[in-house]
Structures are given as C-alpha cells and as structure tokens.
Design a protein. Structure first.
Length: 57
C-alpha cells in the first residue's frame, strides 16, 4: 500500500499543504496521517466526507 501513500503525499505537496494541515482537516493527529503517507495502516479509516473537507481548503 506504499504506492497509495506516495500518491497521497504527492497530491498534498502539489497543493503546498502540510501534513499537519491535512491531519487537522481530517480530524486526526499528524503522526497518524504521516503513517498513511508512509504506507502504514490506517488509510482505510479515511471517510469520503472527511476527504471532501480537505479538497475545499
């Protein structure tokens, strides 16, 4: 699942957003969000309604 995390990170970086900003929008810690980008467990916990809040920054 690392490829998913890499894609998520690249999209975040293209928008010049920090991990902390995204994590706050998703209602999670920066540590857990970082795990998602590194391909660790937890990406499946992201809910579509929370993801939509990030895209509306």
């Amino acid at each position: 699942m690392k490829s998913v995390g890499i894609k998520i990170r690249k999209l975040r970086e293209l928008q010049d957003l920090t991990q902390e900003y995204i994590a706050t929008k998703l209602g999670m810690s920066q540590t857990n969000y970082g795990k998602i980008e590194r391909g660790g467990s937890g990406y499946y916990l992201l809910k579509p309604q929370k993801n939509s809040r990030v895209s509306q920054h």
